[in-house]
Design a protein around this ligand. Sequence first.
Ligand SMILES: O=C(CCC(O)(O)[C@H](Cc1ccccc1)NC(=O)c1ccccc1)N[C@@H](Cc1ccccc1)C(=O)O
Ligand SMILES: [Zn+2]
Length: 548
Amino acid sequence: VHMTTNSTLQMAEFDKEAAKNASTFAHDGFGNATLKRLFKKIVNIGFAATNDSEQLKAISNLEADLTGIYSKGKVCLESKGCLQLEPGLTDIITNSRSYEELLAVWKGWRDASGKLMRTKYTDFVKAMNAAIKFSGFNDTGEYWRSWYETPTFEQDVRTLFEELEPLYVELHAYVRKRLKEKYGKDMFPETGHIPAHLFGNMWAQQWSNIYDLLVPFPGASSVDITAKMKEQNYNVTHMYRVAEDFFMSIGMEKMTDAFWQNSMLVKPTDRDVVCHASAWDFYDENDFRIKQCTSVTEDQLLTVHHEMGHIVYFQNYRHQPRLFRGGANPGFHEGMADIVSLSFQTPEHMKVIGLLDEVPQDSDSDINFLLKMALDKVAFLPFGYLIDQWRWSVFRGDTNSSNYNQHWWDLRCRFQGISSPVKRTEEDFDPGAKYHIPGNTPYIRYFVSFVVQFQWHEALCREAGNTRPLHRCDIYNNTNAGNKLREMLRMGSSKPWQDAMEAITGQRTMSAKPLVNYFDPLLKWLKEQNKEENTGWSASCPSSIPTP
Ligand SMILES: O=C(CCC(O)(O)[C@H](Cc1ccccc1)NC(=O)c1ccccc1)N[C@@H](Cc1ccccc1)C(=O)O
Ligand SMILES: [Zn+2]
């Protein structure tokens, strides 16, 4: 822990020195926009502006402690021994269809992670808020939102969410109906919420792992990628080669030798590591790495493409000055990480890489495919939106340690329409069970990403001369699409993100329309399915919890 603290203090000293030197220039009055932008980045040093190094030590040590708790957390089950989040607990949450077993793992993980973090997290927030004031921000949330350079950013994301909510409500109603068939309707509260542990995901943030319970047309084609991968003896290295091949097919460079030498692609057996996947730029224009506890599953193949998408962004802005080597905004970096997944998952592409025998053309298969995509991309939207609604309210002081968990579940019930399967109190700290809270990684970036990736996909498919419906477009092997994407990537953070957006789509704003258009055929089908359903749920959490 003191290692990270020392390097944190050293970096802060450097940043302060550079900021002091830059402030001797009247850079606000510079004529050259790029130079002006560069100076603004040099002086905007975040927490490092504090004159109290104790605050920086606290921030660094508390983050290390919190991620340490997260990476060491384990749940002991009489049937399967003691398991960590990856791969053991994730495998059970993904594959078990036993209400009780899922509940044991869901509750066990929260007891082993978030529950142990509450006090440290309270101190963590205090230290960050105290330090950030030296950079002229009222609280940490205001600092994080400043990266989007948009005064109306909070309202903009709220508006986008409201435009997307009707689609989510229809998906939720259909999934609730099918889960009631599976688990029995008396396991569901009267309020319309769905118990949070039944979605095939530890946080109910993406639902494609329970696709087998939800298949619209079982007769039509739908493919189990994980099974196919195992059948074809996929190993971890091959998964990375498949992803590298996709990026090279649209004209991007191969991974560097340093990438293959220095990355950590499998979980080490000799030490505890933070298994949550991440990509790293060492800013020497050559050393780029992924850290991932990779296992051979479909979810993990998508994560491999995601992390490598970050690396491709690093490679495309490596010529920029150091302070411009970042995403146009954090949501753009995540959008670049995900954009390939919209092509990669199409039946057309699955056939290209041999994970699907025939490409189905009938409309039933289309609905099957669109539902599976919605279980990842639409289901995610309220989750991607609410995490930082909670965190911004904590940083503002509207939520404090006496109602952390209450507010968390208020948001989970209101926006996701899910509820806790067991009673929750302020002894619990459920936000801490999600990596990004102990890891202090902002989250609204993923909501932004899930919106902009559809805007880019629509524009890149047009550039590629695609004539098929958007959800069947695969930009694999299309260098025109790749060149268009690279125009944006090369800019890094040298220009405001509106310029980067314009470079790809011709627009300067975020828009929910491409996402809504992509799922339009599914929305019609869902409305038909939900004709007899009371769609939606009560804004507040259920008072009573059904017990098995
Ligand atoms: O957290 C991730 C993937 C990890 C990451 O690639 O976004 C990673 C998060 C991280 C980890 C450690 C330190 C900082 C951030 N981000 C990066 O590795 C990254 C991001 C931008 C630039 C450079 C690296 N995805 C989110 C949301 C998501 C996205 C896409 C599909 C599914 C789910 C999640 O799992 O809840
Ligand atoms: Zn990412």
